[in-house]
Design a binder for this molecule. Structure first.
Ligand SMILES: Cc1cc2nc3c(=O)[nH]c(=O)nc-3n(C[C@H](O)[C@H](O)[C@H](O)COP(=O)(O)OP(=O)(O)OC[C@H]3O[C@@H](n4cnc5c(N)ncnc54)[C@H](O)[C@@H]3O)c2cc1C
Ligand code: FES
Length: 279
């Protein structure tokens, strides 16, 4: 039987990390084996008494004490109430849910493409890749509207010492790179075609990045997207998150590009359709 009962979650710490975004450190009071086995790209439901629950991605997955982190942008009632809480507040937790990024560490060259808050689901996999011994190399191209909207400042500062990071801006200041992440693919592909693309951000960016990688010689089987949908139950019961005939909360949010296109092509009439996140 599926248990939908939330478990106790403590708010340990939070700090501002980008425009209207905060970085939260949380602790599951009694972590279970499934929590410790959570992988980057999976998500959890955060329950705020009086406001309901909402899905968020792990930036770092739970450690043995149940401590993990999440990057959360203020959107509506739940996130506004969350931002007003003090450290020590008691929340609820369900998870981990969904399918995370594939284990790709046999790949030599990994390209990560992120837009806006889409960097959050990629953070765990980037951290893991930077800890891998050679020959795995990961590079990141991260697009944001302007510098104020960038998230995960502390992580990006660290990654800049460890890997190739290109940051692009719709509204660039002097000395910054202007334009979309795609405009910098020549540079990223100069050393050769990556083995794997991992991509998360607005749907239009992900689809364009996937097409550009195909055009430059990558196989559709090597391209992975994190496609978020409206979610309620998180466990394949309510049907709010259909991608074609699949449940994004169970089969996704990470999809292989060729499989994702097939699902979209066979989308039933009642499907909710594409609902890109605004952050
Ligand atoms: C798998 C998954 C992982 C997510 N991870 C993160 C994360 O790491 N960090 C983060 O900040 N946000 C994340 N989100 C989005 C987050 O769940 C919503 O922003 C949150 O539900 C907002 O709750 P709210 O009550 O504050 O706002 P609401 O009042 O629920 O929403 C505010 C606005 O956002 C829109 N909205 C809310 N959820 C979605 C959605 N799924 N798709 C499209 N539009 C939506 C609403 O229509 C409304 O316009 C994730 C969503 C999913 C499905
Ligand atoms: S969120 Fe309920 S089925 Fe996916």
């Amino acid at each position: 039987m599926i248990d939908l009962t939330p478990r106790r979650l403590l708010l340990l710490d939070h700090y501002a990390d980008g425009e209207d975004a905060r970085h939260f450190t949380l602790r599951i009071e009694q972590p279970q084996a499934a929590d410790l086995a959570a992988t980057p790209g999976q998500f959890f439901m955060l329950v705020l008494p009086g406001y309901g629950e909402a899905p968020f991605t792990y930036v770092s997955t739970p450690d043995e004490q149940g401590v993990f982190s999440a990057l959360i942008r203020r959107m509506g009632a739940l996130t506004t109430a969350l931002f007003a809480l003090e450290n020590g507040a008691v929340l609820g937790y369900r998870g981990p849910f969904g399918t995370g990024w594939p284990l790709f560490f046999k790949a030599q060259r990994v390209l990560a493409v992120a837009g806006g808050c889409g960097l959050a689901p990629l953070a765990g996999v980037i951290e893991a890749a930077t800890r891998q011994p050679e020959p795995t190399q990961i590079s990141l191209v991260y697009g944001a509207r302007h510098a104020g909207t960038q998230v995960l400042a502390r992580e990006r500062n660290r990654w800049q010492q460890q890997m190739a990071v290109i940051e692009t801006f719709d509204q660039a200041r002097a000395g910054e790179r202007e334009g979309s992440p795609l405009q910098h693919f020549d540079e990223l592909f100069a050393a050769g075609v990556p083995d794997v693309l991992l991509c998360c951000g607005p749907e239009a960016l992900m689809l364009a990045a996937a097409e550009e990688c195909l055009r430059r010689g990558m196989a559709a089987e090597s391209i992975w997207l994190s496609v978020e949908r409206r979610m309620h139950c998180g466990v394949g019961l309510c049907g709010h998150c259909y991608v074609g005939s699949s449940y994004a909360c169970v089969d996704g949010p990470t999809y292989r590009y060729d499989q994702y296109l097939k699902l979209l092509a066979h989308r039933p009439q009642f499907s909710a359709g594409v609902a890109p996140l605004s952050c």
